[in-house]
Design a protein around this ligand. Structure first.
Ligand code: PMP
Length: 356
């Protein structure tokens, strides 16, 4: 707190990102990064983009990237094109613009009580009234609980940090129940086995879907995310963006993102690897007595009946294994463990065998 701060900043409660420790030899399974590298074609494209053209501003509309995304999702088949796509500096920025530009203020925004902890932060930042909706006993989102007047609905699918996946039929039900407000499906983790709600945007003008290159395309360091929806919604995001930073994506990021989106081969292979490792990690944790929620993401959410979450997290840390524990009612005994490499899993399981 400082006397130089504006009243606005004095009241802000910022998001606390997952730790990024710098020590060597850590088994870092706390921030859902991809265990393997991005597309080699993306790396080559970024290297090629490091040239004298960097004296020029980038394309403020990122047209090539929007076209690549429109093609990847075959938006033409739904009557769409690149005008259905918005891009930003990570999906966090895209989400921020959606909070700013799309949710209403007269009725509460709804989101699950256990969910991505950035949502309440954005709601606070933009003065949006919100209410949380409890997950059911199986830690699932129940669409029926959202069928009430609201100024918008947002949830991740799969949800974070639970990893639980909602089928498209449930999302359609939600959309049908709230035709007059925006339903934002945050698909940061959808590529690890889920069906994307992008398939529904042509039929639902109130649906916005966000995705990121940070997880399934292993480009968390590049900061590229995007949204897909009908132009009515995209236009609101463009207005906010152009009132904030007209050039959110630099030339290098645009070049890398285009190549990453187009490299379907690498993308598919990496998805398969993570899904296989997730299944094997789940089995090994279950053998140690953990309850592991079914996960559609690149992390698992697990608790041990005899060990409290904070103590287990600390004991793993002493053994150089970093996982995430959320000090929040209902989930404080869960560990959120990012799916890693077989070597990282061996280290994790070895450490757990010592502790349990
Ligand atoms: N949504 C969810 C549910 C997430 O977990 C994350 C990653 N922390 C994001 C969005 C944002 O990811 P990024 O800004 O890297 O695209």
């Amino acid at each position: 707190m400082s006397r130089f701060w504006s009243p606005f900043v004095r009241d802000l409660v910022p998001y606390v990102p997952g730790e990024q420790p710098k020590m060597a030899n850590l088994v870092k399974l706390n921030t859902n990064e991809h265990p393997y590298g991005p597309s080699p074609l993306a790396i080559a494209a970024m290297q090629a983009a490091v040239n004298d053209d960097l004296r020029l501003y980038p394309d403020p509309n990122a047209d090539q990237l929007k076209t690549a995304i429109a093609e990847h999702f075959e938006l033409a088949a739904q009557g769409g094109d690149k005008s259905w796509v918005f891009v930003g500096n990570g999906s966090d920025e895209v989400l921020a613009h959606a909070f700013h530009g799309l949710f209403q203020h007269d009725l509460p925004l709804l989101f699950p009580d256990v969910t991505y902890s950035f949502y309440p932060v954005y709601a606070g930042l933009y003065g949006i009234r919100h209410e949380t909706v409890a997950l059911n006993a199986a830690f699932e989102i129940d669409p029926a609980d959202y069928a009430r007047p609201n100024g918008g609905i947002i949830f991740p699918n799969p949800n974070a940090p639970t990893g639980r996946l909602l089928p498209l039929a449930a999302i359609e039900r939600l959309l049908a129940d709230s035709p007059d407000s925006v339903v934002l499906v945050d698909e940061a983790y959808i590529d690890f086995g889920g069906d994307s709600a992008v398939a529904l945007v042509g039929r639902h003008p109130n649906l916005l879907v966000t995705q990121t290159l940070s997880k399934s395309r292993a480009l968390a360091g590049l900061r590229v995310g995007f949204a897909i929806g009908q132009p009515e919604l995209i236009e609101a995001l463009e207005r906010v963006k152009n009132s904030f930073n007209s050039y959110p994506l630099g030339r290098v990021a645009q070049a890398g993102a285009v190549a990453a989106i187009r490299d379907r081969g690498h993308f598919g292979a990496m998805q398969d690897m993570v899904i296989m490792q997730r299944d094997s990690l789940t089995t090994r944790l279950e053998r140690l007595g953990f309850e592991v929620l079914p996960s559609g993401a690149n992390f698992v959410f697990a608790r041990h009946p005899e060990h409290a979450g904070p103590a287990l997290t600390a004991a793993l840390r002493e053994r150089a294994v970093i996982v995430r524990n959320f000090r929040q009612p209902r989930i404080e005994d869960f560990l959120r463990i990012t799916v890693g490499t077989p070597d990282q899993h061996r280290a994790l399981i070895g450490a757990l065998e010592e502790i349990l």
